[in-house]
Design a protein around this ligand. Structure first.
Ligand code: SF4
Length: 372
């Protein structure tokens, strides 16, 4: 585990090759605005240049960062390094799509300075990939994973999706097994959700697509956790598993621990001194604001002490660290409910921390409500 309290830096690359029907992240399936957006991003970097201490994590996400050409990625990194201070051991992650990882590109990503890859594999069979609207094939994913290793990437994370219609426990276990054959340092297993404004949510409303039942889903989650733990992975956050805690995403832990972070790019969120702010979503609105010398902020909120504490409970309930009872003022939590949840096996209390069990993870969204 990395106990650093240094801030993290996120850059949202809002471009994709095509839009996956389940995806609620802000991105557009065209790169025509890249040159204008790059100029605007440089302005935003300069705007924040003296506002944060030395970063020790950098995360290029999106969208699909690897749909930018290598020259653009290099330019972004150079500008970040020119204007911000980074620790020598900074975790530098780039999200990548398997179809973009030619040998040449992998070599370039390493040369630019990335030391961690988060690969959007999602599934290892072409039928599922096509259902999910992915543009890569299973073979491309396998090839990318092999090449990343052979070109020296020692910290590889894989994203997988489970919980779609027709998926059996056996098929999901086969996917996990296949993923483990590449010995990734990190795995993120996300349940398919039906986010507003996505094609899948519209299909769900029209009955074209049927989500799995609660019962079916409640089998897949423990299956994932048990299977990966049996293979030596640490289940350190609801959807995240690491081969060792040194491979737990340093960057994402900042979100769960109220450590400051700066988010650049359309729709990116930032947090500092109990204040959270987020950028406008539209690329055009983002560029327009920066071109007129303004920050592209849509809104901000300052957390009261009470909100901060409630958030700590709710964020902690999603991780194996839980939350520290010493940081929660007396009378915030119901002692009666604490012991009930403990007796029911949803939480345990260790070293004065409330820690969700695997069953507790299953209801992490509700735990905070039951605790206060
Ligand atoms: S899932 Fe990834 S590749 Fe697909 S649209 Fe969303 S950001 Fe783009």
């Amino acid at each position: 585990m990395n106990d650093t309290k240094k801030p993290g830096l996120y850059v949202h690359i809002p471009f994709c090759r095509s839009k996956c029907p389940y995806c609620g992240f802000y991105s557009v399936p065209s790169t025509s605005l890249v040159p204008r957006w790059l100029e605007a991003l440089q302005k935003e970097i300069i705007h924040y240049k003296d506002r944060f201490d030395r970063f020790d994590s950098l995360y290029l996400g999106g969208g699909t960062p690897t749909c930018l050409d290598v020259g653009s990625l290099r330019k972004i990194m150079e500008t970040l390094f020119d204007h911000f201070d980074f620790a020598a051991d900074t975790e530098m992650t780039i999200e990548a799509n398997p179809g973009d990882l030619s040998e040449e590109n992998i070599i370039a990503l390493k040369d630019i300075g990335f030391n961690r890859i988060s690969l959007g594999v999602q599934a290892f069979d072409d039928r599922t990939l096509s259902f999910l609207g992915r543009t890569h094939t299973a073979l491309e994913a396998e090839k990318a994973l092999k090449n990343l290793r052979s070109f020296g990437f020692e910290n590889i994370g894989l994203d997988l999706i489970y919980g779609y219609e027709g998926q059996t426990v056996k098929a999901w276990k086969n996917t996990l097994e296949k993923a483990l054959s590449f010995q990734p340092e990190h795995l993120s297993c996300y349940e398919l959700t039906f986010e507003k404004r996505t094609l899948f949510s519209r299909w769900k409303e029209k009955g074209i697509i049927k989500p799995l039942t609660e019962k079916e889903l409640s089998t897949l989650f423990p299956t994932t956790s048990e299977f990966l733990q049996d293979h030596g992975y640490i289940h350190y956050e609801i959807s995240n598993f690491a081969r060792e805690m040194t491979y737990a995403s340093r960057h994402n832990q900042k979100y769960w621990r109220h450590i400051p972070y700066l988010g650049l790019g359309p729709s990116a969120h930032s947090f500092q001194d109990s204040t959270r702010w987020w950028n406008v979503r539209s690329i055009r609105a983002y560029c327009k604001a920066l071109e007129s010398g303004e920050a592209p902020i849509e809104e901000h909120e300052s957390l009261t002490k009470e909100q901060f504490i409630l958030e700590s409970i709710s964020l902690g309930s999603r991780t194996r660290e839980g939350f520290d009872l010493n940081e929660i003022p007396p009378d915030t939590l119901s002692t009666e409910n604490l012991s009930k949840l403990q007796d029911a096996g949803f939480i345990r209390i260790q070293d004065n921390r409330v820690i969700p069990t695997q069953t507790g993870f299953l209801m992490a969204d509700h735990l905070p409500l039951l605790l206060v």
